[in-house]
Design a protein around this ligand. Structure first.
Ligand code: NAD
Length: 259
């Protein structure tokens, strides 16, 4: 494996599981030191045990700004610098028809998926900008681009992630920093397993999104997203910023067969 991140540090939120864990593994395999930032302590510690050196777990609740700030500071204190932020933590959150959504579920979904990404970017840029380099990534969703494939608040937060990345990309470009949103299709992870095994109820709309696995006759895997994240975070993507990068087997923009 190439060593595109040798001497660099990546902080990944939601890295105890799924897409975040696969991305942390990929950054690490390509030479990065990694900060596993997640609310799940045992699972996060297990990722660090697996990776061995150049990895730390920092318990982080992205909905709490002081927690995010501490994780960013821990990255710098432990490894001397922060080169990559992957703001990936997210939850499906509030479910059901718009007329039945509960205020506390709306708030908690926005707090984790959107405010969490804003806090993460705020504090990453705080330490990246003075160094004049750094890459921000965040996980959006097809639900942020088209209707009917995800719960309402989830969709709104993922559309928000795309707007946030574009807006931040414009601000940070003069300082040598980049920001891009990744749009995963249906990826096998705890989130989709919860849906498909029925642990999450009342989610007909989101289960439609799982059908994009049919487009390539295989499931999308966290490693598919990790490979894209590694590209976007690397110097190979120096000319890529403000983009919305689909990794979805064509589900969002090319879902049908050829005529
Ligand atoms: P996952 O459930 O496996 O991982 C999500 C991780 O986020 C978990 O480790 C969880 O502990 C962590 N997390 C939740 N709340 C947190 C908080 N407050 N602070 C810190 N960490 C928190 O699911 P995944 O599929 O790997 O999801 C990762 C991201 O990808 C999410 O943003 C999700 O919306 C997005 N996404 C997933 C799919 C898919 O099909 N799996 C598709 C599109 C987008």
């Amino acid at each position: 494996m190439s060593q595109r991140f040798e001497g660099r540090t990546a902080l990944v939120t939601g890295a105890a599981s799924g897409i975040g864990r696969a991305s942390a593994r990929r950054f690490h395999a390509e030479g990065a030191s990694v900060v596993i930032a997640d609310v799940q302590e045992d699972a996060g510690a297990a990722v660090v045990d697996e990776l061995g050196d150049r990895a730390v777990f920092v318990r982080t609740d992205v909905s709490d700004e002081s927690s995010v700030a501490a994780a960013v500071d821990a990255a710098v204190a432990t490894f001397g610098r922060l080169d990559v932020l992957y703001a990936n933590a997210g939850v499906m959150g509030a479910l059901g028809p718009i007329s039945k959504l509960r205020a506390e579920d709306i708030e908690s979904t926005i707090a984790i998926n959107l405010r969490g990404a804003i806090y993460s970017m705020k504090h990453a840029v705080r330490v990246m900008q003075p160094r004049g380099s750094g890459v921000i990534l965040a996980t959006a969703s097809p639900a942020g681009l088209v209707g009917g494939v995800g719960p309402h608040v989830y969709s709104a937060t993922k559309a928000g992630i795309i707007g946030l990345c574009q807006s931040v990309a414009a601000e940070i470009r003069p300082y040598g920093l980049r920001a891009n949103a990744i749009v995963p299709g249906s990826i096998l992870s705890q989130m989709t397993a919860d849906i498909s095994t029925g642990q999450v109820k009342d989610l007909d709309a989101a289960s439609v999104a799982l059908k994009d696995s049919d487009l390539l006759d295989r499931n999308g895997l966290p490693e598919d997203i990790a490979a894209a994240a590694a590209f976007l975070a690397s110097d190979d993507a120096q000319f890529v910023t403000g983009s919305t990068f689909n990794v979805d087997a064509g589900y969002t923009h090319a879902p049908g067969d050829s005529p």
